[in-house]
Design a protein around this ligand. Structure first.
Ligand SMILES: [Zn+2]
Length: 169
């Protein structure tokens, strides 16, 4: 394990680049020590949903009330490390009432896909992150006039037209 953040004040999702060419990332840590992890959009969506799931199952309402939700923007300084995500896992530390995100590297030579960073977040932080991640994923795609679904840059096969219609981006 290279980076273990038992407390974070930075936990955010972002994207850079033009629509259709966007690269997604997660930033986590503290202003003194933080990492930027490049992720696929699907991975970001998966993480957002996994956090929601853990929140609904594990985190009690009382937890949400008493835990801080504040996070800072990404610092201007460069991150301590950057890597591309291989896979991820989400857990819950009952004793500390923290959601735990395990971020594995993408090194194909390493069959175990070493956990490069472990991020502990309060329920409030996780909830905010999940919402923000879903907004980032949805941004930049206009809604389909028929079904309301997002029109991807590659086009959109609309369920309202039984899959026959295809709207250009
Ligand atoms: Zn549609």
């Amino acid at each position: 394990m290279r980076y273990q953040f038992r407390e974070v004040s930075i936990l955010l999702a972002g994207a850079t680049g033009q629509p259709g060419q966007r690269r997604f990332f997660i930033s986590a840590g503290t202003p003194q020590s933080w990492v930027r992890v490049w992720v696929e959009k699907e991975q970001l969506q998966t993480l957002a949903l996994a956090l929601e799931e853990v929140l609904s199952v594990e985190a009690r309402e009382a937890t949400r009330d008493t835990q801080g939700t504040e996070t800072s923007p990404e610092p201007l300084e460069t991150p301590q490390s950057e890597f591309s995500l291989g896979r991820l896992a989400v857990g819950f530390d009952k004793e500390r009432q923290r959601l735990v995100v395990y971020l594995h590297g993408q090194d194909v030579a390493d069959a175990e896909q070493e956990v490069l960073a472990m991020v502990h977040a309060t329920a409030g932080q996780a909830q905010n992150f999940s919402r923000q991640a879903q907004q980032v994923c949805a941004a930049g795609r206009p809604p389909c006039p028929l079904c309301g679904g997002p029109i991807e840059p590659a086009g959109h096969v609309c369920p309202r037209s039984n899959g026959h219609g295809e709207f250009p981006a």
